[in-house]
Design a protein around this ligand. Structure first.
Ligand code: 5GP
Length: 199
């Protein structure tokens, strides 16, 4: 059986990664969303085990040491990482996996799993990003500043991605990401046609 495809979505804080991911996953409920671990405190409405696995710093560092994480990074002052087991199991069973990673995580995945598909979600402008980040009111002012301070570095990393999708209108962005998934499945070198055609 052909392995599943791994899709990585990155983009600056506030660009709307979660909304786009939710939209895509509604259409493509065959795809597995990898739930990350983090030491960031939960936001209002965030549920442990659904949005993230919320860990203490100690727990996270133990997970690093024991090799439980496929990748991890310090992002905006907190640890974030991908539990390895669920992702490997799904991919080996032929299921596609999608994950939301910062630019360091995406670069690590690119090095370790070169066949992964990297998608960068771009805001329409710097001003619009700032507006969205402030409007969601999930972070204190200092945290917002910290997130905005990373923007230029994040934009500079776009050339390491395979696709860039502008999140101008949520529907458009979801449609484009879904189209990328469909196109990747149709690539000859992915080999899915071999399983679909009755020779
Ligand atoms: P937030 O705190 O806004 O949920 O996420 C902050 C940043 O961490 C985002 O850029 C997001 O893509 C990134 N992130 C979330 N989960 C992971 C992960 O498992 N690994 C890495 N490297 N970054 C992650």
């Amino acid at each position: 059986m052909a392995r599943g495809l791994l899709f990585v979505i990155s983009g600056p804080s506030g660009v709307g990664k979660n909304s786009v991911l939710n939209g895509v996953l509604k259409e493509r409920n065959d795809i597995f969303y990898s739930i990350s671990a983090t030491t960031r405190p939960p936001r209002r409405n965030e549920v442990n085990g659904k949005d993230y696995y919320f860990l203490t710093k100690d727990e996270f560092e133990k997970a690093i040491k024991s090799g439980e994480l496929l990748e991890w990074a310090l992002v905006y002052g907190n640890y974030y990482g991908t539990p390895r087991k669920a992702v490997e199991e799904r991919l080996n069973n032929g299921q596609h996996v999608i994950m939301d990673l910062d630019i360091q995580g995406a670069a690590n995945v690119r090095n370790n799993l070169p066949e992964a598909v990297l998608i960068f979600l771009l805001p329409p402008s710097r001003e619009e990003l700032k507006r969205r980040l402030l409007a969601r009111k999930s972070e204190a002012k200092a945290a917002v500043e910290k997130r905005l301070a990373c923007l230029e570095k994040e934009l500079a990393s776009i050339t390491r991605y395979d696709y860039v999708v502008m999140n101008d209108l949520l529907e458009n962005a979801c449609r484009k990401v879904a189209a990328i998934i469909t196109a990747e499945e149709a690539r000859v070198d992915r080999g899915y046609w071999r399983e679909q055609f009755l020779f």
